[in-house]
Structures are given as structure tokens and as C-alpha cells.
Ligand binder design. Structure first.
Ligand code: SF4
Length: 382
């Protein structure tokens, strides 16, 4: 977010001011001129050398034009290379002056990373008063970064390396093991009724998109249930379009992101026959207790979750459910997932249903690997 803000501010400056920002950061590159400019320079140099050898006044030094492009090491212009917007020569990018703000943003990001590392090390030696003041700020910064990671992962088809990917044939077992209560409930009701009303369909299919289901897999999944209650031709005509629309293949062709917890909890409450929404916000205490029992939660853990929900801390209640049903608490799982262990406290709440799945899958993966290591060691000893 800081880098984006920096880029936005740079875009309001003139090109030369942006270059001045770079040199204030101590970054200098070798400038180059257009061939035409260079010719013009050399001609003007030649004209100033009067062939008679006489000069009628003080000799005018030729005015050097500012460079039109800079030779930049390719790793400083990765963004321009990615979008094939720059010419490369012998390992260097020839970056036009008007594109130098991309290079400035690269250096700004590198500087932020260096400062974050310094901050990380300083936190270890800070007094508890200082950390108490900084912890909530850091937790908010990290939570919004993680949210952004989830959004980016979902809009890029789940390609981020921290995103959990669920295959279509694993969806029932994944629902029991890894889905947050809102999605678990939607999945169960969809399997039971072979149908979901509009809000539930949208909430659930966007979540599945965030899990990495392709548009074909999503159509296959919804079709397999809907055709039990409506003709296949009707599904293909009325419902498949909306699924393709969610993936940016129809209509405005926008690549929509899955809903986060704020969108779900602030969205319309489910009415009779609807199953969308957040259970910790939209269910009464009795229903919530019953469903938590269905998840196998013992009474004491269940009461902690329902107390959080009743006091309006819906996302904390969701985290409490995660903590009660996994071997590693949610905050720790997220910290390990994003390698931010030293910055996070235990107060991190669930921000996104897909982040919940990421954390749950990460815990299961670590448990499975440590089980394999232990079995391997036991076999070696025997
Ligand atoms: Fe779903 Fe978020 Fe509510 Fe958890 S807090 S149940 S993930 S909406």
C-alpha cells in the first residue's frame, strides 16, 4: 500500500522531479540520448568551432540536453520487463525518462523492506510499554496485507504460493476439515437441497473461486447438484452464465474477488430458506451452539465461541473456533504462513474465509510432514 501511495505521488510530479527523488535516494544511472539528439549535439559542437579560428566573443559552451533514457540493471526494472515495455541491451534496460518512476518505486520498496527488517530486530529488544503501543498498529498493518495477499491470490486464479488449492474431488472432505463455519454450512445445505438462493450462491462460488477452482470445475460442481432438481438445459441457460461472469468471462469482464469477512458480516442477513452470511453474526445463540456441537466442539470450547459471538466479536469467535479445532492457533498458523511470526500477537482475528482455509491447510500440511519425519525416524531406528 505504501508503494502504491508512493507511485501515485510520483505520478503527480514531473519526470525530472521524479528523477530528482531517485538521486536523493542516492540512485544514479548512466543517461543516454536519442541518436538524433546526439547528432544535433555534435553538429552544434562542430558549428561552434569556427573554421577561421576566430571567435567574436566569449566561446559558448554547448548546452548538453538531459538524457532521454537511462541504462538500468534489469533487476531494477522488473515491472517494465514483465509487461514488455522496455528495450533491453546487454543485460541493461534502456528505460525512457517518463518510465523512471517504476524504477523509483522499486528502490522505495527495497528501502521499505530494509527498514521493516530493522524494525523486526528492534522489536525483540523493545520494552513492553513500547510494544503494547505498537502491537495493535502492526497487527492492523499485517492483517490488511494478508487480506491483500488473499485478494491477489484469488484474482490471479489462486497462484500465490501461500494459497491453499482444493481439488474438486476433495471438496467434501475439505469442507469438514478446513472450511470456516459460514462456508461449511453453505456446502452442507447445497449438498442437501441441491440448490442455493442467490446470495448463498454468490458467496459460495466466489469462495470456491478463491480456493482455486477453475471456471469449468465450478460449473461442473454446481451443475452436478442443480440438475437433480432442475433440467440441465435450464442450468446451462440461467446459472452457468453467472459463474462465467464471476470469473470475468461475461458482461463487464471484471475478475471479481471473493468476499471478505467484513463484506459477509455487513451484507444482508439470511431470511427463511437462505444460508449465506456469517454464523457468528447472523445466527441466534441456540442455533450456533447446535452447529458447533455438530462440528464436534466440547461444551467448554463452544461456550468460549458463543460468548465472543454474543459480545459482537464475530471474527474473534471464528478464530476461537479455529483454535479449538486445530493443533495450532490461528494467529500462529497465519504468522508461519506469511513468515511474520515476530510481528503478530495472538489477537489476530479471521479476516477472510479463504485465509481461514489457507491457515487450516497449512496446519494440516505441517502435521502431515512432521508425522512422516517421525515415521521415517522410527523406521530407521527399528
Ligand atoms: Fe465466515 Fe468470516 Fe464469519 Fe468466519 S468470521 S464465519 S470466515 S464470515
Amino acid at each position: 500500500m505504501e508503494a502504491r501511495l508512493f507511485a501515485l505521488r510520483l505520478s503527480l510530479l514531473s519526470t525530472q522531479q521524479a528523477i530528482a527523488v531517485l538521486s536523493r535516494l542516492g540512485v544514479e544511472y548512466e543517461g543516454e540520448h536519442d541518436t538524433e539528439d546526439a547528432d544535433a549535439d555534435s553538429q552544434s559542437d562542430g558549428e561552434s568551432d569556427d573554421w577561421t579560428g576566430f571567435h567574436s566573443g566569449p566561446r559558448k559552451l554547448p548546452q548538453r540536453r538531459p538524457p532521454t533514457q537511462y541504462r538500468v540493471p534489469f533487476e531494477h526494472a522488473a515491472r517494465l520487463i514483465k509487461h514488455r515495455q522496455v528495450e533491453m541491451r546487454r543485460g541493461f534496460c534502456l528505460v525512457p525518462v517518463e518510465d523512471m518512476h517504476h524504477v523509483a518505486v522499486h528502490h522505495y520498496k527495497a528501502m521499505l523492506l530494509r527498514q521493516m527488517n530493522v524494525l523486526c530486530r528492534s522489536l525483540l529488544t523493545m520494552s513492553s510499554d513500547e510494544t503494547a503501543r505498537l502491537d495493535p498498529v502492526l497487527a492492523r498493518v499485517i492483517a490488511s496485507w494478508q487480506l491483500e495477499m488473499v485478494r491477489q491470490g484469488s484474482t490471479s486464479g489462486g497462484s500465490s504460493n501461500v494459497r491453499a488449492r482444493i481439488k474438486l474431488n476433495e471438496i467434501d472432505s475439505a469442507s469438514d476439515a478446513h472450511f470456516p463455519l459460514c462456508m461449511r454450512h453453505l456446502h452442507r445445505k447445497f449438498r442437501e437441497n441441491h440448490h442455493l438462493k442467490y446470495d448463498g450462491r454468490v458467496q459460495y462460488r466466489m469462495f470456491l473461486k478463491g480456493l482455486g477452482l477453475s471456471v469449468q470445475e465450478s460449473i461442473l460442481f454446481f451443475r452436478s447438484e442443480f440438475v437433480k432438481v432442475i433440467p440441465a438445459a435450464r442450468f446451462d441457460k440461467e446459472y452457468a452464465y453467472h459463474i462465467r461472469h464471476s470469473y470475468g468471462l461475461e458482461g463487464a469482464r471484471r475478475d471479481y474477488a471473493p468476499f471478505d469477512c467484513a463484506q459477509i458480516t455487513n451484507g444482508p442477513a439470511p431470511r427463511h430458506g437462505q444460508y449465506h452470511g456469517c454464523p457468528f453474526k447472523h445466527w441466534d445463540g441456540e442455533t450456533l451452539r447446535y452447529e458447533l456441537g455438530r462440528c464436534g466442539l466440547p461444551a467448554h470450547a463452544s461456550s468460549k465461541v458463543t460468548t465472543e459471538a454474543a459480545s459482537g466479536h464475530h471474527q474473534s469467535a471464528c478464530r476461537a473456533l479455529f483454535d479449538a479445532t486445530h493443533r495450532v492457533p490461528y494467529a500462529q498458523a497465519m504468522a508461519q504462513l506469511h513468515e511474520t511470526a515476530s510481528l503478530l500477537g495472538n489477537n489476530q482475528v479471521v479476516q477472510h474465509p479463504n485465509a481461514y482455509v489457507d491457515a487450516s491447510v497449512a496446519v494440516a500440511t505441517v502435521s502431515r510432514r512432521s508425522g512422516q519425519v517421525q515415521r521415517g525416524q522410527a523406521e530407521q531406528q527399528s
